[in-house]
Design a protein around this ligand. Structure first.
Ligand SMILES: *Cc1c(COP(=O)(O)O)cnc(C)c1O
Length: 368
């Protein structure tokens, strides 16, 4: 167990984010907990959302994730929806869907046929994802029209689509609006074929931040529940629920021209270096070197090669003596702008930073 390097996840802040999102509309919230709840821990987050926030449906990416949740929390009073890797065509796995509250999102014709033709799956709710222009997963409108007659008796429990560009500022007639037009056509195709659709959803964080696609049954926030904004300019002012804390392992002064660490990375100026015990085996991001960040009020830059177990922070020479081995530092904190800025500095997105915190970093849960 590591004591001074950990990811502190504050569940009280998660609840505040949840309530803020809820105040935007009357839509029900279907939180996404895929990828270990964006690195925050799928078990603790799922339990908290269900037990403290009255969530009844959670979204994950694979059947394995859903089974993991039910293995760890057999009494969880919620449905898990499997959005991408449902493995629904594998007859050996059909029992899982038939016996547990796990629902596959059917996103291609073969998925729908597997469900319609396998008697073991005769009771599971039909949940369809439509491709409205992202061109990743989803039935085309033509495929939907062909399948519609076969769906008449069972009806569609939940019809959904996913936006490709909702993290851009929305404008009339843009990609997201065109996707909404296509989604409306999908609804009409089913209606005209006499297929009842009970529930719908379209919005992920970028759309929710901009209050777009809120007039469906559900909204599906992922990122914004956990902190960072996804739209520029930043409008979401929720909390970053996690704080990545570590400490300084060692400090030393470098003279201009001194090589540091593996390879030949030479200090360009006289400076002050702090080594921190976070390497690529702790934060799995390969583009960290060169990132600028603030460390306890001092400007720092991640310098030279990031190693498996540690990284170098370089400071102006004047910082020497102001930081020392053992000092705690926050790599990111509960201000959601810190991680958003760090992601830009590391030439990536907050999603990757959060999912990149490996299981070598303990998760510690706080309720406030
Ligand atoms: C991941 C995902 C979401 C949540 O996306 P965020 O941008 O994290 O809010 C919503 N819907 C689907 C289908 C997803 O795969």
């Amino acid at each position: 167990m590591r004591h001074s390097t950990f990811l502190e996840v504050n569940l009280g802040l998660l609840q505040e984010n949840f309530l803020k999102i809820k105040s935007f509309s009357s839509a029900k919230i279907l939180p996404m907990v895929k990828a270990d709840a964006y690195g925050n821990g799928i078990i603790a987050i799922s339990k908290y959302l269900v037990e403290q926030c009255e969530v009844r449906t959670l979204g994950c990416a694979s059947l394995g994730e859903a089974l993991h949740v039910f293995n760890q929390c057999p009494d969880l009073n919620a449905e898990m929806m499997v959005f991408s890797d449902s493995e629904i065509s594998n007859p050996e796995l059909a029992e899982a869907y038939a016996n547990l509250a796990i629902t596959p999102v059917l996103h291609q014709r073969s998925d729908v046929e597997a469900v319609l033709h396998n008697p073991v799956l005769s009771k599971i709710p039909i949940t369809l994802k439509i491709n409205t222009g992202m061109n990743r997963l989803g039935l085309s409108l033509d495929e939907l029209a062909e399948l519609a007659p076969k769906l008449k008796t069972r009806g569609v429990k939940h019809l959904m689509t996913h936006f490709s560009c909702s993290y851009y500022s929305l404008k009339d007639g843009d990609k997201s609006h065109r996707q909404m037009d296509e989604f409306k056509k999908a609804k009409d195709i089913l209606k005209n074929a006499g297929v009842e659709v009970k529930e719908t959803s379209v919005a992920n964080s970028g759309a929710i931040e901009q209050k777009f696609g809120m007039n469906e049954t559900y909204i599906r926030p992922g990122l914004m529940l956990y902190g960072p904004p996804s739209v520029e300019p930043r409008i979401w002012d929720g909390h970053q629920i996690s704080k990545l804390q570590t400490k300084i392992l060692k400090t030393f002064i470098v003279k201009k021209g001194t090589p540091v660490g593996y390879g030949i990375n030479v200090a360009g100026e006289d400076g002050f270096i702090a080594i921190i015990p976070i390497g690529y085996a702790d934060l799995s991001v390969t583009t960290a070197s060169g990132a600028e960040l603030m460390i306890n009020g001092h400007k720092a830059k991640i310098f030279a090669r990031v190693n498996m177990d540690m990284s170098f922070l370089i400071f102006d020479a004047s910082v020497a003596g102001k930081l020392k081995a053992g000092d705690s530092i926050e790599f990111w904190n509960h201000d959601n702008r810190t991680i958003a800025d760090l992601a830009i500095q590391m030439k990536t997105i907050p999603y990757q930073l959060m999912c990149g915190v490996t299981n070598r970093i303990p998760r510690i849960y706080k309720v406030k």
